[in-house]
Design a protein around this ligand. Sequence first.
Ligand SMILES: NC(=O)c1ccc[n+]([C@@H]2O[C@H](COP(=O)([O-])OP(=O)(O)OC[C@H]3O[C@@H](n4cnc5c(N)ncnc54)[C@H](O)[C@@H]3O)[C@@H](O)[C@H]2O)c1
Length: 359
Amino acid sequence: MILVTGGAGFIGSNFVLDWLARSDEPVVNLDALTYAGNLENLAGIEGDPRHLFRHGDIGDAALLGGLLAEFRPRAVLHFAAESHVDRSILGPGDFVRTNVTGTFTLLQAAQGYWSGLDRAAQQAFRFLHVSTDEVYGSLGPDDASFSETTPYQPNSPYSASKAASDHFVRAWHHTYGLPTLTTNCSNNYGPFQFPEKLIPLVIANALAGKPLPIYGDGLNIRDWLYVGDHCDAIRQVLERGRVGETYNIGGWNEQTNLSVVRLICSILDGLHPASPVVPHEQLISFVKDRPGHDRRYAIDARKIERELGWRPAETFETGIRKTVAWYLDNQAWVGRVQSGGYRDWISRQYGGLNGQASP
Ligand SMILES: NC(=O)c1ccc[n+]([C@@H]2O[C@H](COP(=O)([O-])OP(=O)(O)OC[C@H]3O[C@@H](n4cnc5c(N)ncnc54)[C@H](O)[C@@H]3O)[C@@H](O)[C@H]2O)c1
């Protein structure tokens, strides 16, 4: 079996669902259920004996040791993190606790477990660390895309904490021989993404006739990847990636925030021609920029294609249409996620604006 951390979050829950749709290998899913963790994402596998959910924190060494001894996984896939840049600006401590100290605690537990395995099991074991392209910093318009050898230059508390975790993973391989793999992926979008991030926030606000707030001039560029393609890349790296290596994962799809929002608006116009807010673009509202906002991210994903034959299956047009359709079909999910603690936080952070439209 495999142990997944953070499997009730956006990418983790997509990964667990995809995994069990393709394989009978059981998954132990450890998640602290922070504001971003939502067991409802996993309703499709409720009662499935192949999915074993455990509520707990990756910073709890005793819990980790017990889980590893009990389930004896062949791999740990580490998704759990604090993941929102805006939250990291407001409260960086949680990012250090989970992303840095939590990853360190998980590495120590994994290494303790791994060192007690027999030789064949040691060779087969993998620790796969899921990370971000944000560790590389910001690009100018004509700079080459991020490759696996681009120096780290994290600019936000979030990306600094992820960079630190990447370095610990690297060190646990070089120092202790733990068979690690690291993936650095660009911005994901798709079902079950918490509506504080650009794409689900814009869809939810547009449907509600609320402003679509965009930071600065809206010309910050991100590379966007459909979450199912990210999950597929992670499975390929897990099975065939070279131990100790890092793999950049991207969609070959650079877009300005403004063009993403405009595309979503035009899809919604087509789906809801009678809506009083057509064209939805009229809801766009430019707001004060995020401090230290990185201008451009772009991923050079040639290594994973060359070594593992992976390329994204979705284009941005197909992926974003699927995503808009999913949010339309799952408005009750959005409504529940937006209630309670989430709404309180949004109003403290953003006043009346219902969240900033930025990834
Ligand atoms: N979302 C993206 O676009 C993107 C892109 C590249 C990489 N990543 C990375 O992928 C991973 C998953 O991102 P996401 O967008 O799904 O995040 P998310 O915020 O949606 O989910 C994070 C999950 O981790 C859990 N969690 C948080 N702290 C925990 C702790 N201390 N112990 C156990 N569980 C804890 C949360 O409850 C939640 O279920 C992160 O490591 C992130 O850095 C995300």
